[in-house]
Design a protein around this ligand. Structure first.
Ligand code: AMP
Length: 218
């Protein structure tokens, strides 16, 4: 059983690489972003509160995230190993994760840090399109990342959508939050000797080759 964290700035390819990892290694995907997007479909005051944080590109409070994560980690499919995509995102979440892992008798085998320069992230944000049904990701500004038919998912043929938070203003805030809160976790996991950095500016397939190399050797 292998448990992996994907650590990355916004639009570094977490979602794409998670899908490729799941397909090859059969790990369970736990994305706090996806859990939150599911949650905001409910008509509740909590859903509205979460929506506001996400729309502005701010982190959703730790209390809400930890509840979602600990419920998710109780589920039996986590016993096959899981990939944590977008969690932890700050120091307190990392410490809470350590406590949760201890409780479930689990450990993290690798933290994969996807490294991409800020100007490339900006370009990715502007063109990113998402399939609301199967979560496949496309980009109409980047060669090789276009869907075959404009605006339609290659896999399930749903109409592609743009995420509410994929605009430059929100990106700036998300990126600043990443620098201030999430990037320090690189040191946190380096000290634990489980950090692996991958250049994620290459094509998705090349990035995945580097990731395979890490997962096969841990
Ligand atoms: P993502 O899909 O990972 O890019 O996350 C989208 C948005 O969801 C982020 O910009 C945050 O507002 C929120 N979010 C996702 N994961 C977390 C987390 N671990 N802690 C706090 N907020 C989160």
């Amino acid at each position: 059983m292998k448990n992996i964290i994907l650590l990355a700035p916004p639009a570094a390819g977490k979602g794409t690489q998670s899908s490729m990892i799941i397909e090859k290694y059969g790990l369970t995907h736990i994305s706090t972003g996806d859990l939150l997007r599911e949650k905001i479909k409910e008509n509740s005051s909590l859903a509205n509160e979460i929506k506001e944080y996400m729309k502005k590109g701010n982190l959703v409070p730790n209390k809400i995230i930890l509840e979602l994560i600990s419920d998710r980690m109780e589920m039996s499919d986590c016993a096959n190993g899981c990939i944590l995509d977008g969690f932890p995102r700050n120091y307190d979440q990392a410490v809470s994760l350590d406590e949760l892992l201890l409780k479930h008798n689990m450990k993290i085998n690798a933290v994969i840090n996807l490294d991409v320069k800020e100007d490339i992230l900006r370009k990715r944000i502007v063109g990113r399109l998402l399939c609301p049904n199967c979560n496949a990701i496309y980009n109409d500004q980047i060669e090789n990342m276009n869907s075959k038919e404009k605006g339609v998912c290659d896999i399930c043929h749903s109409v592609l959508i743009k995420r509410d938070d994929d605009n430059i203003d929100t990106f700036n805030n998300r990126y600043n939050t990443y620098i201030k809160e999430t990037r320090p976790l690189i040191d946190y996991y380096e000290r634990k000797n489980i950090l692996y950095t991958v250049n994620s500016e290459n094509s998705a397939n090349n990035v995945f080759k580097s990731i395979e190399n890490i997962i096969d050797n841990i």
